[in-house]
Each structure stands twice: as structure tokens, then as C-alpha cells.
Design a protein around this ligand. Structure first.
Ligand SMILES: [Zn+2]
Length: 489
């Protein structure tokens, strides 16, 4: 079936809608509310007609009475040597009542925390249209604000192929210091300027390649969650829809590593399709498992150390390898012995001090520990309620292991793709830098920060995720990166 779909179909959303309709029997998909995706060589030629069209669609007549806000962060962006934000303001002011909204929290990379979200919301009240220009964070903030302020039109201008969140209706925000995914709003249009994307430093687009790697491990976590009774909304059709994202990756990943413009455009389209699939599935679960928890925890650590945030996709790429190795480790442990029922269903309360103690390191006030224990406790309750499914999973282990492996790629293959793409694969290469101690902390405790079930939970609940186990997994990741030529041992 996935042969019916290609990444070029992101430019033909009506076709995607028809296809979704034909598969309605399999699952209930969310409405695909994205207006259009446009890949252009010059956004300044495209935008005037595009904005006018979407205003008309919402019953608004383009004129000087229309209020438009351009939402950006303070980072300078240049296109062919010219300041993009300035040029876009000139373009908007020519036809509309336009105002520039610069969101700045004083940090090198903007955080989508409560204060910034409120500031964005205030700044766009009364607007008819917002145009957001930037990366994933500014897009998420703009989607959140447009949703809550009921802004008729939201146009997204994407400035790097760094994440997949441009084309979905979710925003990842910080709530009580913890990353949370909220359903917000589909953009009316997502505009990609190939000239702009090709000009950004390789490490930004390579972060997008790291983000892409989650498609080779997160479906495994989602599958485990479904089979263990921890996620009742497993929709295999969504994984079919994602298949075109990885088509011919063996070839185009090395082109991408050589900074080829076509390969860069390919990555942009693949990420766009991922965003769309996430939106129609109504969940980020197919593409967000342990590797995303790893990234979210890193953000938490950097927040704690008052350091700038690292690149989301870069962290997800590193996390994808760790997740792949964690799965191999679990499979080996299962060959040694099957965990007993008593081990699998340890009393819920026995985890409380482990969770609270872990997060007290980051936040001695206990606020973070409260939030994480609240989330983890819910997961544990569900685990105990799902006892029959859990036991059936262990009884049918070999069958499920094979099914899992059909949905993922092994860690060595992921490392190979990342090496070809010249993407960061080892924690030593991350910015800001991360000590081995903090790496260990993140990997050992990431499962405690979110309700979503991953291989890290399975390892925790089988008793195979204590200090020595985590250290073994990290040593193997070192070896893997070394063998793939991605890092020193
Ligand atoms: Zn992501």
C-alpha cells in the first residue's frame, strides 16, 4: 500500500485526504487540516499571492485594514546576503498593517515556556494573520498562540530542515519545567524556500536527519506499548504512511552528507510527511519514543545548568542509537532468563523514592520530582492493570521480538546512515557538551518524565535498568559509533 504514496504527495494534500478516507475502516484519523506545503526557490515571489489566497479562504479581503504579525526570534537569518526578516517586513507592510513581534527570553535559543507563550499570545491579539519565520520552536509557539487567540490565518515559513514539527498540529512546550506536547493548530500553509534551507549551516539540517532517525526506532517503542497494553491507540496504517520517508535513504543520505541540494530538499519533504502523519494520527507516538525522551531530558539538564538548549534533532539522532542498543540489550537479557511475575509487578510505591531522588538532583525544591512522579505513577498503574497482556507478551516473546524488528532498523544500520549523512551520532559531539555522568543520568532516568511507554520502561520494570546495565549499554554505543567511524572511543 505504501507504494501508492510518495514524499511528493505532501504537495497534493487532497490526494492524501482521499487515501485516508479509503482507509477509514482501519482507524479513525484526525482531519488533515493543513492547507498546503510549498517548496519554492524564492519565497518573496510566492508569499504575496499565498497570503492573499488564505485570507480570502477565511472570508477576509486582503487590504491595508488587515492586521498581520510577523513572529520571529532574535536570530539573524540571511538569504543571498540579505536580511530575511527585514525583507519580509517590507513585503508585508506593502499590502497590510504589519507589525514585527520578536520573542526573546535572553537565551541563545528561545524556550517555549509559559512566559514566552503568554507574551506571544498578547502580541498577536487582534491579528487577522500571523506569519512565523524560523525553526521548530518559533513555529510551535506561533501555532500555540494562533490556536488560543483564534487567529484566522497562520503561514509558517520554515528556515531549516531541522525538525518535523512544521507540518503538524502539535506544539512542544515547557509546562512546570517539563516538555509537553499539546494539540494546537494546523498551519494554513508551510513555505519552504530551498535557497534559504540550502544556505543554512550543515549541522542544522543534519539535525533534521537525526530527527528522521527516530522512524527507525520509535515505531518499536509504540509497538511494545501496544502489545503490553500501555497504548490503546496503535494504528499500524500510520507506519505504512511513513514508509516513503526512508525510501532510497542508502543513496540520498550520502548525497546529503556531501551537502547536495536535492538531498537536502528530500530530507525537507520527508520531515514534512512525518509531520503530516503525526497530525493525522493524533499522536506523536509513531515517531517519538525513548530517543525523544532522551532529547527532552537533555533539555531539562541544560535548563538546570542555565545552558542553552541543544538542537532537538541532533539529540534525537544520538538518542536513536542509544534506543537501538537498549533494545539489543533487552533481547540478550531475555535470552538469559524471563523475569518472574513478582519482579514484573513490583509494588508501585517502591518506585516513588527512585523517581523523586533522581529529580531532586535537578530541582531540590521537589517540584520537578512531584510532576515526574505524577506522570510515572500513572504509567505504573496502567502496567499493573494490563497484567494479562504483559504476561502474554512474555509468553509470546519470540513472535513479538520478530514483529518488533520488522518495524525498526538495527542500531548498526542507523549509525551507518548517520555516518553517511555526516550527522552527529555520539554524545561527545553534542552542543552544549555533556559529561559522561550526565549522559548516564539522562539515559537511566528519561522514562520517568513522561507517560509514554518505551523500551526504557520495559528495562526498568524487568529490573534491567540499574547503573551497571545503563553503563553497559553506553559502552556499546561508544563501540558502535567507533566502528561506524562517527566518533572516538
Ligand atoms: Zn522530534
Amino acid at each position: 500500500m505504501s507504494d501508492d504514496l510518495s514524499i511528493e504527495d505532501i504537495f497534493n494534500l487532497d490526494y492524501l485526504r482521499t487515501m485516508l478516507k479509503s482507509r477509514e475502516g482501519e482507524a479513525k484519523f484526525a482531519h488533515l487540516g493543513l492547507g498546503e506545503v510549498r517548496l519554492t526557490e524564492n519565497m518573496f515571489e510566492l508569499l504575496p499571492a499565498l497570503i492573499a489566497k488564505h485570507l480570502r479562504t477565511k472570508g477576509l479581503t486582503p487590504s491595508k485594514r488587515i492586521n498581520v504579525r510577523l513572529i520571529v526570534d532574535p536570530v539573524s537569518i540571511f538569504r543571498l546576503g540579505s536580511d530575511v526578516k527585514q525583507d519580509l517586513m517590507i513585503l508585508l507592510e506593502a499590502s497590510y498593517q504589519a507589525r514585527l513581534v520578536v520573542l526573546d527570553d535572553g537565551q541563545p535559543h528561545l524556550h517555549a515556556d509559559e512566559a514566552i507563550l503568554q507574551r506571544a499570545l498578547q502580541a498577536i491579539i487582534g491579528a487577522d494573520c500571523i506569519v512565523s519565520l524560523g525553526g521548530g520552536t518559533i513555529t510551535d509557539i506561533a501555532k500555540f498562540a494562533a490556536h488560543h487567540a483564534n487567529i484566522p490565518v497562520h503561514i509558517v515559513v520554515q528556515t531549516a530542515a531541522s525538525v518535523d514539527g512544521y507540518t503538524d498540529n502539535f506544539s512542544v512546550v515547557l509546562q512546570n519545567g517539563v516538555k509537553t506536547t499539546l494539540t494546537t493548530r494546523w498551519p494554513d500553509a508551510v513555505v519552504v524556500d530551498s535557497c534559504l534551507i540550502a544556505a543554512v549551516p550543515h549541522h542544522l539540517n543534519a539535525a533534521g536527519f537525526g530527527e528522521l532517525m527516530s522512524m527507525y526506532c520509535a515505531p518499536g517503542d509504540w509497538f511494545l506499548a501496544a502489545k503490553l497494553g500501555m497504548d490503546r491507540n496503535y494504528i499500524p496504517a500510520l507506519l505504512d504512511f511513513l514508509a516513503p520517508c526512508g525510501k532510497d535513504i542508502e543513496i540520498w543520505s550520502s548525497d546529503f552528507g556531501r551537502r547536495d541540494g536535492q538531498a537536502c530538499a528530500h530530507l525537507t519533504k520527508a520531515l514534512a510527511l512525518r509531520g503530516i502523519v503525526t497530525g493525522i494520527g493524533g499522536t506523536t507516538a509513531p515517531l517519538s519514543g525513548m530517543e525523544h525522551l532522551f532529547s527532552h531530558m537533555l533539555d531539562m539538564i541544560h535548563g538546570h545548568d542555565h545552558e542553552p538548549m541543544g538542537l532537538h534533532g541532533q539529540q534525537v539522532g544520538v538518542g536513536s542509537l542509544i534506543r537501538g542498543v537498549a533494545w539489543d540489550f533487552f533481547c540478550e537479557k531475555m535470552q538469559e532468563n524471563i523475569p518472574s511475575q513478582t519482579r514484573l509487578f513490583t509494588p508501585i510505591a517502591s518506585f516513588e523514592s527512585r523517581v523523586r531522588d533522581a529529580f531532586a538532583t535537578l530541582d531540590p525544591t521537589g517540584r520537578l520530582g512531584d510532576e515526574c512522579w505524577l506522570r510515572y505513577r500513572k504509567k505504573l498503574i496502567l502496567w499493573h492493570e494490563a497484567k494479562d497482556k504483559v504476561l502474554a507478551f512474555f509468553q509470546n516473546w519470540e513472535k513479538y521480538r520478530q514483529e518488533h524488528n520488522r518495524l525498526t532498523r538495527d542500531a548498526g544500520t542507523i549509525a551507518h546512515y548517520m555516518r553517511q549523512a555526516q550527522a552527529v551520532m555520539h554524545y561527545h559531539q553534542l552542543t552544549p557538551s555533556l559529561s559522561r555522568e550526565w549522559l548516564h543520568f539522562v539515559v537511566a532516568n528519561c522514562q520517568f518524565m513522561r507517560e509514554r511507554f518505551t523500551i526504557a520502561d520495559l528495562l526498568t520494570l524487568t529490573g534491567w535498568w540499574h547503573g551497571e546495565h545503563v553503563a553497559q549499554v553506553l559502552d556499546r554505543v561508544d563501540e558502535l559509533c567507533h566502528d561506524a567511524g562517527g566518533s572516538m572511543k
